[in-house]
Design a protein around this ligand. Structure first.
Ligand SMILES: C[S@@+](CC[C@H](N)C(=O)[O-])C[C@H]1O[C@@H](n2cnc3c(N)ncnc32)[C@H](O)[C@@H]1O
Length: 271
């Protein structure tokens, strides 16, 4: 249905509400249905005409997959087996769930980011995967930061390795230079997973994410449902970040494969 058609339907509803409201002044029993209709109309108007972001966000939550004991059980089985530590991309360890990598591939193909910034390189498997997808779509480059040096990381013309702590001003300056003036920037946070550090990264790296693009916070599954001993981590940091920031919202549609290491961690910057 086109936006014009939806707006027309919303206007018809508003007219109906007006009529019901006027009627309710003569007949008080009509006041309750009139109030309900008013709420529905406001919701539809906000969602379809798109002026009220909080209403749109409320509507988006309808797409949230329910927590399912089967999915959570499989998630624990998968995670506790540590198979993610035996997962590789073209021979380089990539500490990922392949279902998330497939989602990354879909996002890259859809958005064609100019720059993908990753914090937490480790062996370089995830950076190499991202570079390979950029290569296939013929666009993009990867900037990846790690506090540790590792000379055996894969070399690729689309990958730049930066060494240092991701929140150090010197590193942030280098990232800033790389993304300056670039049309579309995607950020993936996968370094230190403790809440305070993720919050610091969210504050520093959210500025680089361009409208409509993603800020992906990895391993929000820590404590939810795996590693109940972990303590406050990425999930808690995301909660605190979103409570302050109206320009990002969770995109639950990226959790369509049920198993993700990043539940509630696919944050989309609003247009
Ligand atoms: C989970 S691993 C990254 C996995 C990698 N992205 C992959 O999928 O294969 C976390 C990495 O973050 C790095 N790290 C930890 N603290 C960091 C910090 N303050 N700044 C940058 N990197 C950090 C660690 O050295 C480690 O290599």
């Amino acid at each position: 249905m086109s936006k014009a058609a939806r707006s027309f339907i919303a206007l018809v509803i508003v007219a109906a509400v007006g009529a019901a409201w006027i009627g309710s002044r003569r007949q008080p029993l009509l006041a309750y249905p009139a109030a309900l209709l008013t709420l529905g109309a406001v919701y539809l108007l906000g969602y379809h005409v798109g002026k009220r972001r909080w209403i749109r966000r409320l509507a988006q939550r309808r797409g949230r997959p329910a927590r399912d004991p089967v999915v959570d059980g499989f998630h624990r089985l998968y995670y506790d087996s540590m198979v993610f530590a035996q997962t590789s991309w073209l021979g380089t360890p990539a500490l990922k769930c392949p279902l998330d990598l497939w989602v990354y591939q879909e996002i890259i193909q859809e958005l064609r980011p100019d720059v993908i910034v990753e914090t937490g390189t480790a062996s370089g498997g995830s950076a190499h995967f991202l570079a390979a997808i950029c290569d296939l779509v013929g666009h993009g480059e990867i900037v990846t930061v790690d506090i540790e040096e590792n000379p055996s990381r894969p070399q690729h013309p689309m990958i730049t390795y930066l060494r240092g702590s991701s929140t150090d001003e010197a590193i942030l300056n280098q990232v800033r230079q790389r993304v300056r003036g670039r049309g579309r920037v995607l950020v993936i946070l996968d370094s230190d997973h403790h809440k305070a550090y993720v919050l610091a990264e969210l504050a520093a790296y959210s500025q680089f994410v361009t409208p409509d693009s993603y800020l992906i916070v990895e391993d929000t599954n820590l404590g939810h449902p795996v590693r109940p001993d972990f303590g406050p981590g990425p999930m808690e940091a995301v909660g605190e970040f979103l409570a302050e920031r109206r320009d990002f919202s969770r995109d639950r549609s990226r959790e369509k494969f049920f198993l993700t290491f990043n539940p509630g961690g696919y944050l989309r910057r609003l247009p």
